[in-house]
Design a protein around this ligand. Sequence first.
Ligand code: PNS
Length: 167
Amino acid sequence: MKIAVYPGSFDPITYGHLDVVSRAAAVFDRVILGVLVNPQKSTAALTSEQRVAVIREAVAESCPADVVGRIDVEAFDGLTVDFCRAFKATFIVRGLRAISDFESELQMAHTNRKLAPEIDTVFFMTALEHSYLSSSLVKEIAAFGGDVGQMVPQTVVRHLAERKRGL
Ligand code: PNS
């Protein structure tokens, strides 16, 4: 059984992330989308509980039916490699949008391998149509009332709008 963890802030989850997790779930038996809970990160658009709930809905709404059953969503705090070990995952999945992502991803992959030699990082190239996307831009556009409907699933659009209205 090959288990992978796809860790990230997912604040908020975008169609780019959903594409990566769907493709990873076609390769691995199980993919755990690990949502980093960072209480220090005050710029978060959604609380960690909201993020997990929204991501579960987004996965159900947007990932292909044949892989959805292999994707789980869990919050975590601490080291990614500890989270992997807790779920017996031996792979970390990350998406690469452009060469600018490469340097920091290479550093993380090497560091995680040093911490946990039994865990390997594998990269999926973000689909071309989503490669311009970033969660921080989505947050900025939504905060100014812009339309993010082509970037994130409807459940995220709703939550961002509620957040803006202070609900
Ligand atoms: O979506 P992001 O913000 O690019 O994800 C970054 C993430 C969560 C993968 C990274 O910050 C991380 O793994 N944080 C957990 C703490 C940890 O393990 N640090 C050492 C990684 S080299």
